[in-house]
Design a protein. Sequence first.
Length: 204
Amino acid sequence: MPTTRSLFSVTVAVILVTGCSKTGSDDDGRPPAVRDTIASTNSPTDTANAPTAVAPLSTWTVTPRGIGPIRVGMSLAEVEAVVPISVTKPAASPECDYISPRDGPAGVNFMIRNGRIARADITDSIFATAKGARMGDSEERIKQLYPGQVEVVPHKYVDGHYLIVTPNVPSDSAHRFVFETDGKRVTRFRSGKMPEVTWVEGCS
């Protein structure tokens, strides 16, 4: 009988220890509720659904259709939806006006015509085209970067030129780069659709 009582006591003790271990925590010592919270937080689904970061404005490439993710033809609402920047608002229903990023570099402005982006005006050397053309480049460099694509037109106000670059991609045939020079180097440039991109006075 003493032997039977001892075995019974050991069996009960094992059951109690096993039961407490399963209901209190897992192998890492954390309660189930905590484990579930951590697992949910670290779920790969959350990472997959995270919003894609937009590259800094200063790294955007100037294209015949605009700059970075901002493209010719976009409405103001579409611009604000694709980039995390606030912009100055044009007058109510303007035929032509300019907007600019409030929180970004001062060297880029966008012409809005009839409520949509028509061109991007660049006045800072941090911005460049895909081929590397930027403010400060010589006229010769622009011609070398775009061989056979440059039309040279006398500047309206200074002893310089407008170097009008026609893209060699058929889908961009209605768009242009226009590099303004002082006769030697690029002082500013713009990209966008015809005819707005060629307007010397902008919206004036």
